[in-house]
Design a protein around this ligand. Structure first.
Ligand SMILES: [Ca+2]
Ligand SMILES: [Ca+2]
Ligand SMILES: [Ca+2]
Length: 159
């Protein structure tokens, strides 16, 4: 029966799913296909959101009715497909990305950080291009990219 199926999507778009799977795998430190609450706590630290074990347990309870104390990928996917958490997810993804660039953790990305990170990803960015990129993103003109500015660029989709 294909007719009348799901107005409300139960699955994430393909790109998002692939991204999520990557995240899931990075969370799953011991690679057993489950992310335990302790792995989640450590992962949240890495993303700079610092959830406590209690927070994590609360989330787990809402998605994992069996109270196994871990989540599997399908459970995570289901969770992320829910609209209410979608926003958090976006924000935390952005925050994680931002933190990747903000090497010294001072809350802003400098041109030097931008170039260093891109180089470490294997892409050499010409000075002028980095300059232009910062300039484009730097709405308040202080010469660095804040999280809000970063977010604005990424959500506008031309980064
Ligand atoms: Ca695991
Ligand atoms: Ca910085
Ligand atoms: Ca700025």
């Amino acid at each position: 029966m294909e007719i009348g199926v799901s107005v409300k999507q139960n699955h994430l778009p393909k790109e998002k799913r692939a991204e999520l799977l990557k995240i899931f795998k990075s969370f799953d430190e011991n690679g057993d296909g489950k992310v335990s609450k302790h792995e989640l706590v450590r992962a949240s630290k890495k993303m700079g959101v610092n959830k406590t074990l209690k927070d994590i347990e609360k989330v787990l309870r809402t998605i994992n009715t069996d109270r196994e104390g871990y989540i599997t990928f399908p459970q995570l996917e289901k969770l992320m497909a829910g609209e209410s958490v979608e926003i958090d997810y976006e924000d935390e993804m952005l925050r994680a990305k931002f933190n990747e660039f903000d090497l010294d953790g001072d809350g802003s990305i400098t041109k030097k950080e931008l170039k260093t990170v891109l180089r470490s990803m294997g892409s050499e960015m010409p000075e002028a291009e980095a300059e232009a990129m910062i300039h484009e993103a730097d709405k308040n003109g202080d010469g660095v990219i804040s999280f809000d500015e970063f977010k604005a660029v990424l959500t506008s989709g031309d980064f």
